[in-house]
Write a protein that binds this ligand. Structure first.
Ligand SMILES: Cc1cc2nc3c(=O)[nH]c(=O)nc-3n(C[C@H](O)[C@H](O)[C@H](O)COP(=O)(O)OP(=O)(O)OC[C@H]3O[C@@H](n4cnc5c(N)ncnc54)[C@H](O)[C@@H]3O)c2cc1C
Length: 296
């Protein structure tokens, strides 16, 4: 059943300071709404429990993309369109650019924000494996001040995260240290556009030459849609480091991937399919890395 607008209150204080003040005065009572592409779906379906909404759309403090020498800071209120059109993101963080291009359609990309994708915390969210592979850090803000937390362990379980009721995500920080890496992104859905992921992968890798030949110097592999939260394949990464990309390693990585994930059967796919595809994509990434020439 659709919601009745008369049951809801929406305020738009217009500045970050005013918003965090309202959140601090009544923690947990106000639901921030940015682009609204997740919140309004719940509203339209009559499933939005929050009755008091506070708009953070277009707050200037959440819209900037700052380019610093060591990192870029992406305002949590930046839309996918802003991400996919940004030249530094395209050059240095193509996994995020690719996630932005494959999220929903153009209307959704104009409205949906990176902060909203993180806090909505869908296991199928497309930007999250990219943030995990780049080892993003989040700047959280409240009236108490700001704190910086690694994204890697921000999501603790299905739709659970280390965000206090009076806090907002202010920015997402990405270190500028991946220029000589292979960046590998794959989203497997029912079709190329406008599809929710059955499995998605964001991975980074780099080789190095040694006396015994070319071996893996560093890999980071993150998967979405295969567990309640996005996963880093830390064991696969550990065994791959220092080894040449040979068929035995690729086969082992494929097996370890299937063992590390917790896929489910749902309306989009089956656990068996997800497990097989996740293993195949990790294998494809390693094979591309072998031929990439990306060395230290
Ligand atoms: C047609 C359609 C297609 C879609 N396709 C995809 C897809 O392919 N891939 C995908 O990953 N997603 C997809 N989505 C989901 C959605 O667009 C994204 O999750 C989007 O990034 C949400 O951002 P938003 O600004 O619209 O969030 P909102 O709906 O405004 O908010 C979502 C949640 O985040 C919270 N929030 C928002 N910003 C902040 C902040 N800065 N700090 C703290 N809390 C915050 C809100 O309180 C709310 O709980 C789709 C949605 C639709 C409607």
């Amino acid at each position: 059943m659709r919601s009745d607008p008369a049951d809801y209150e929406l305020i738009a204080p217009g500045s970050l300071q005013a918003v965090v003040s309202v959140l601090a005065d009544e923690p947990g009572k106000w639901l921030p709404i940015a682009g609204g592409t997740d919140v309004m779906v719940q509203y339209a379906a009559g499933r939005l429990p929050a009755r008091k909404l506070i708009s953070i759309w277009n707050l200037p403090e959440l819209r900037a993309i700052e380019i610093l020498p060591e990192e870029i800071r992406i305002g949590a209120g930046c839309s996918y369109t802003e991400l996919r059109e940004h030249s530094v993101i395209a050059q240095e963080f193509p996994l995020l650019g690719s996630a932005a291009r494959s999220t929903g359609g153009i209307a959704n990309q104009n409205r949906g924000t990176l902060g909203g994708n993180i806090v909505n915390a869908s296991p199928a969210a497309d930007s999250l494996p990219a943030l995990m592979a780049y080892e993003a850090e989040l700047i959280l803000v409240s009236r108490r001040g700001e704190r910086r937390v690694p994204y890697l362990d921000f999501h603790t379980d299905y739709k659970k995260m280390k965000l206090a009721p009076d806090e907002l995500i202010r920015a997402i920080c990405l270190g500028r240290r991946f220029s000589n890496y292979l960046h590998y992104a794959r989203k497997v859905g029912a079709r190329d556009a406008q599809a929710i992921s059955k499995v998605c992968v964001a991975a980074l890798g780099r080789l190095k030459g040694g006396v015994a030949g070319t071996v893996i110097d560093d890999v980071r592999i993150a998967l979405g849609s295969v567990a309640p939260v996005p996963l880093r394949l830390t064991e696969v990464e550990r065994i791959a480091k220092g080894k040449p990309v040979e068929p035995e390693l690729v086969q082992l990585a494929r097996k370890m991937t299937s063992a590390a994930i917790q896929p489910i059967d749902d309306i989009r796919s089956t656990a068996r399919y997800r497990s097989a595809v996740a293993g195949n994509l990790v294998a494809e990434f390693l094979e591309q890395l072998r031929g990439s020439g990306m060395t230290v």
